[in-house]
Design a protein around this ligand. Structure first.
Ligand code: A3P
Length: 278
């Protein structure tokens, strides 16, 4: 649905009273111990969430709840989140400017995960299709065309979303940026870095265990996809392929050239560096 000039995902708590909801989020009380996991959808949110949850609990158990329960924009009143004990691990796909004011002013920590936009858009297409959110029969060509023409700018579109976050990452000390591709390449190193940022004890062996327990195959086979339970066909799209470079199986040569040209134009003021293949 449209609000504030942007296309939003109709999360149950956000719709149908977005104005009230955004005010609640803006005014929310944050705590120094809070951890906010922020991302554009399909950047690796659930994977990172599992890692953060293990780091905060100090155990390699998978969490037993649907991530949507801890999502700012999906909690209909924020009552549950407001009364939750510390340390809270909260999730959001909100563009930076909609975050709680106290968080923007430095109360609480943010882990921001990002992913190369070619794989991200492929993942998005498969997710929207798998969940039946997209019009029945929409092809990849039709989907990516809507990205090129600017018709499908979910959350303002990946480009604007990422540029806005980049500005904040460069000036705020309470944000740790993670890259999906780096996490794939050096899981343990990124877990140790994250533990240090969150000030939680984490020995090398524990970081290795977390990386292993959160590997794509283990998550896909062992972790219950709670969102699939809400689905009538119970299809999991959260753990689909988990690869860097899957975009090559989807983009035609012409689409790839078009995307590169769009990227160069949109991101000319950006210093973000993504890995597109491994
Ligand atoms: P693909 O659709 O490319 O497979 P989000 O959690 O933000 O919705 O992101 C989902 C994407 O992260 C999916 O990408 C999913 O397969 C991938 N993913 C989930 N767990 C992963 C893991 N342990 N390692 C690598 N990718 C993972």
């Amino acid at each position: 649905f449209m609000y504030d000039g942007l296309i939003w995902i109709p999360f149950p708590g956000l719709y149908p009273e977005p104005e009230k909801k955004f005010k609640q989020i803006r005014d929310m009380e944050c705590r120094d111990s809070d951890v906010f996991l922020c991302s554009f959808p399909k950047a690796g949110t659930h994977w990172t969430h599992e890692i953060l949850s293990m780091l905060l609990s100090g155990s390699v158990q998978y969490n037993q709840y649907n991530t949507i329960e801890n999502m700012l924009e999906a909690d209909s009143t924020l009552d549950k989140i407001n009364s939750a004990p510390s340390r809270r691990l909260l999730i959001t796909h909100l563009p930076y400017k909609y975050l709680p004011e106290q968080l923007q002013n430095g109360t609480g920590k943010i882990v921001y995960v990002q992913r190369n936009p070619k794989d991200l858009h492929v993942s998005m297409y498969n997710h929207l299709k798998g969940k039946g959110i997209m019009k029945e029969g929409t092809t990849w060509n039709e989907f990516i065309d809507q990205i090129f023409t600017g018709k499908l700018k979910m959350l303002g579109g990946w480009f604007q979303f990422s540029k806005d976050w980049e500005i904040e990452i460069n000036i705020k000390k309470n944000i740790l940026p993670l890259y999906y591709e780096e996490m794939k390449q050096d899981g343990t190193g990124n877990i140790l870095k994250t533990a240090e940022f969150l000030n939680v004890p984490c020995k090398n062996e524990f970081a290795m265990e977390v990386a292993d327990q959160c590997s794509f195959d283990k998550l896909k086979n062992n972790k219950l996809d709670y969102t699939a339970l809400l689905d009538k066909n119970r299809k999991s799209t959260l753990f689909r392929k988990g690869q860097v470079g899957d975009w090559k199986n989807w983009f035609t040569v012409a689409q790839n050239e078009c995307f590169d040209a769009l990227y160069d134009d949109e991101m000319k003021s950006s210093n973000l560096m993504f890995t597109f293949e491994q």
